[in-house]
Design a protein around this ligand. Sequence first.
Ligand code: SAM
Ligand code: DTB
Ligand code: SF4
Length: 362
Amino acid sequence: MTVRNDWSRDEIAALFELPFMDLVFQAQTVHREHFEPNTIQVSTLLSIKTGNCPEDCSYCSQSGHHNTALQAEKKLAVAKVLEAAAEAQRTGSSRFCMGAAWRNPHERDMPYVLELVQGVKAMGMETCMTLGMLTASQAQRLQEAGLDYYNHNLDTSREHYPEIISTRTYDDRLDTLAHVRAAGMKVCSGGIVGLGEQREDRVGLLFELATLPVHPESVPINLLVPVAGTPLGETARLPVLEWIRTIAVARILMPKSYVRLSAGRESLSESDQALAFMAGANSLFYGEKLLTTPNADTGRDEALFATLGLKKEAPRPSVRATAVDAMAPTQSAQPSLPSLNAAEATRVPAACPRRLAGSTPA
Ligand code: SAM
Ligand code: DTB
Ligand code: SF4
C-alpha cells in the first residue's frame, strides 16, 4: 500500500462511518503490512518547566489563564532531568520526552534545553521535546544537539481550534511543524479527542495530519483528561469506541506512522486498550505521570504487555538526522523531500489541498 498525502475529507468521513468491526479489521490489516504487530514503542514524559503558561489552551492544567490546583515550578535542574531519563531507560523506555509550559522557548532557555538534549542523547535514548512554537533557527539548533523528535500537536480541526485556544492560530502550529521538518527532525503531532468537538472535527484533525507533505512519524491521540479549574474540566467523556475509531482511521490514513495512546489511558480498561492496539496503535506514554496528571500504573502496563504478548521496541536514535534520513525508515514510501525548507514545507490553505510533495490529486 502506498502512502497517500491526498486524502479528502469525504474519504476520511467515510472511514469513520464504517461498521466498527470492518474499520478495525482494515486498520489491523494495514498495520500488519507496515509494522511488526506485537511490538510497542514506549516513551516516558517529564515536565521540565511546569505551569504559568501564557497560552490559554482550554484543556490544560498548566495555563496561567485558568485557576487549577497545579503548583507552578521553575526549570528543573539538568541533573534531575538526566536522573529521570536514566530511570526511564532502566524501566525500558526507548524515548525520553521533555515538555515545557512555554508559548515558545526564549533565547535564554536555549542553552538549557540543548544541554538536556545532549545529555539524554549521550545515554543512548531517543530524545523528544515539546516546548511550544519554534523559530527555524531554534529547530536547527535542537536538531544539531541531537533531538530526534519534536512534539507539537494540532489538537483539533482548524474550524474548532478557536473554540479551544485563542492565544495562537492553527497556522502558527503548522509553521512550527514546517520548521521542525525542514531542520530534519522527526515530527510527533496529533491531537485530543473528547474536547466537546463533533466527529467532523476529528475528521478535520486527521485530514490536516494526513495531508501534510510528509506524515508525522508519531501521531498521539490524546483522550481529554478533564482538569478541574479549566474550561473543559466538566466535559462529558467521549465514548471510548469513538476514540478507538479515531485511532483506526489514523492508522489507515498514515500507515507508516506510529499511532500513540497518550493522555487518558489511566481511565481505560485492559480490553479498551487491547482494542486500541488491535485498531493499530503501537506506541504509548509509559510511567506513573504524564506531564502533570497521572498515567496508567507501570505495573499494570507490564501485566498488560505480558498478557497481550507485546514487546517493547529498542531505541532507534538518529545520529545526526537530516531531512532525508529523518524520514527513514517509516516514511520511505513517501516522496522524499531532500531540500525541503520551511517555506516549501509550510502548508497551503486548507481549502486548497496541499500537493507539495508530488502526490496525486484526489
Ligand atoms: N506547551 C507545549 C505545547 O502546547 O505544545 C507542550 C506541552 S502540551 C501539555 C502537549 C500536549 O499535551 C498538548 O498539545 C495536548 O495535546 C496535550 N494535553 C495537554 N493537556 C491535556 C489534557 N488535559 N488532556 C489531554 N491532552 C492534553
Ligand atoms: C502528547 O500528545 N501528549 C503528551 C505529550 N504529547 C507531551 C502530554 C499529555 C499531557 C496530559 C496532561 C498533563 O499531564 O498535563
Ligand atoms: Fe501551555 Fe502547552 Fe498547556 Fe497550551 S498545552 S497551556 S501551550 S503548556
